[in-house]
Design a protein around this ligand. Structure first.
Ligand code: ADP
Ligand code: MG
Length: 286
């Protein structure tokens, strides 16, 4: 039989907007020592916005870079795609066909018989585009290319949620080790880690969606009890593998289904609250 205290704790959680899947989830929350955080949509709002468009080819205008970027991104529903399409509003966006999405890397499509790509600079290299100038920015930066060449870059702001830094400080004071995990570039992820108070040695960037789960296993194999906090479809496997999966209420259905706890307010301070609630509940039982 389930101890009454766990049922009471589960009910208390619900009042706080912490939806606990079952009594055993509340139990595991009390034993966590490492909290792995996805970046986009978890530590940041995920409401990205284009802040800069640069053409790196003398014969190309920056408007053209944005128009082609929007054309190829119209086949994607990634937050990056949504923000680029919004920024191109009012411009004439060419018609694209044959969209291909490369999870965690970027997208390609065909415009006027030309292959167009947008994504990580390294992804465009892999697709055979020759590089122009480098963009080593501390922001999420997307390379855009067509006709065999990288033609420019789109820089995006990924605003940090105001509650993230205090929430991470709370986790540290509770004895947790926060770890940041992202598919984004090292420069972008490092700058966000520094802003929210996560140690540089606990930052993993340019992690492919399929490799996020391996990072969780690595920490578990090192003897840690790991909570994973995420919101995306590409976080689902890691959420299911973690000792405790915590989904943002604003996240993808697949992320919520793979998790033990859902945070209705999508606010990281609720992670520390869930752990505190669990510890109090377990103390009543012992
Ligand atoms: P995260 O781990 O932050 O959720 P993703 O795994 O979704 O990130 O993506 C990792 C990186 O792949 C992005 O930072 C971006 O460089 C590139 N990328 C993914 N999807 C797209 C897209 N639709 N357009 C351009 N770039 C993309
Ligand atoms: Mg995310």
């Amino acid at each position: 039989a389930t101890p009454t205290a766990l049922l009471v704790g589960t009910g208390r959680g619900a009042q706080l907007g912490i939806v606990v899947g079952g009594p055993q989830a509340l139990e595991s929350a009390g034993n966590i020592d490492t909290v792995v955080l996805d970046k986009t949509g978890t530590v940041t709002t995920g409401a990205m916005a284009v802040v800069d468009v640069v053409a790196t080819n003398a014969s190309t205008a920056s408007d053209e870079v944005l128009r082609y970027a929007a054309a190829v991104e119209s086949g994607s529903d990634h937050p990056i795609a949504r923000s680029i399409i919004a920024a191109a509003h009012g411009l004439v966006v060419p018609v694209a066909t044959a969209f291909t999405t490369y999870d965690g890397l970027g997208v390609t499509a065909v415009v006027d018989g030309q292959l167009v790509a947008a994504g990580r600079p390294a992804f465009l290299m892999q697709q055979g585009f020759t590089a122009g100038a480098d963009a080593n920015e501390t922001r999420t930066t997307i390379a855009v290319g067509w006709d065999g060449e990288v033609r420019g870059f789109v820089a995006l702001a990924d605003p940090i949620k105001p509650s993230s830094a205090p929430a991470i400080a709370q986790l540290i004071s509770q004895g947790m080790r926060p770890v940041l995990l992202s598919g984004d570039s090292a420069a972008a992820v490092d700058s966000i880690a520094a802003e929210v108070g996560i140690a540089a040695r606990d930052v993993y960037s340019e992690v492919m969606p399929a490799d996020k789960v391996d990072k969780v296993r690595e920490l578990q194999n090192a003897g840690h009890r790991v909570a994973m906090v995420g919101d995306g479809l590409n976080d689902a496997a890691a959420l299911a593998t973690a000792d405790l999966g915590i989904a943002m209420g604003s996240g993808a259905d697949a992320a919520i289904k793979a998790s033990d706890i859902t945070l209705v307010r999508a606010d990281l301070t609720q992670v520390g609250d869930a752990i505190a609630l669990s510890r109090r509940t377990l103390a009543t039982i012992k």
